[in-house]
Ligand binder design. Sequence first.
Ligand SMILES: Nc1ncnc2c1ncn2[C@@H]1O[C@H](COP(=O)(O)OP(=O)(O)OP(=O)(O)O)[C@@H](O)[C@H]1O
Length: 270
Amino acid sequence: MTVVADMQCGSVAARTTPPILGVEELGVRYGALEALAGVSWQVEPGQILGIIGPNGAGKSTCYDAVTNLVVRSGRVVLDGEDVTKVPAHALASRGLRRAFQQNAFFDHLTVLENMVAVLQDDWGTSFPGCIFRPLAERRRAADARAAAAAQLARMRVEPRFHDRYPTEIPYGTQRMLSIALAHGGGAKVLMLDEPAAGLGGEDMRALVELLGALRDDGLSIVVIEHHMDLIMSVADRIVVLDQGRMLAEGTPAEIQANDAVLDAYLGRSE
Ligand SMILES: Nc1ncnc2c1ncn2[C@@H]1O[C@H](COP(=O)(O)OP(=O)(O)OP(=O)(O)O)[C@@H](O)[C@H]1O
């Protein structure tokens, strides 16, 4: 059973804010396997959308389809513009940013230098500038470090870790650094893939707080997550995938009360 049509009608009718990111009828095939079919969802500015589903449901494939990393059918609209044919790297510069399950850092750079490196577009030095305007370039480099430090602090990476190498900092802080680097400075939509994987109680609370703060700042976040407590507490809306298809879409309360979801995924307590 699917409740997608019902939920879509309801949400479209009630919606007042245009979505920042919308995907329509996404489909992906891996040979004979239909890994994704007819998947449509939207996220509004300042909203967190959770994507859940059992292993192999198609969650990561959905991210690959949105960010144009696989051959797919369907349509992707970012901030009112059809970006279906825009390649992945160009989507990132338009503000659609993605963090992967595995942390990916420049291990030979400090935490602060990693952040400076991803802010390079805004703050990068130029060779002619270094030769002809060295003082201005030095100021620019100092400004870049200040902007990087501010962004790290916003993402809960404490100053005491800024001059350490990523492999030297606690795992929970590495996850925050991953989010900071994915966000860069100018994300409109941040797509996170299992940000809570491997996190314990205190780190989990810090992550919930960070996601809430970013949402309150107007950022739109899409989160794939197996950790149900996290997703139910932070998400405004949830999409449930099962075998590549949408099983349900709704608020956390609606999803927790949905018979099809309870049968297929969440499990019944009775
Ligand atoms: N490159 C690929 N080639 C062939 N099949 C693939 C490929 N990538 C994924 N699949 C298959 O597509 C289906 C969906 O996989 P996907 O990784 O999207 O699921 P998922 O919901 O993210 O799972 P998990 O929660 O375990 O990460 C699975 O059956 C998987 O084996």
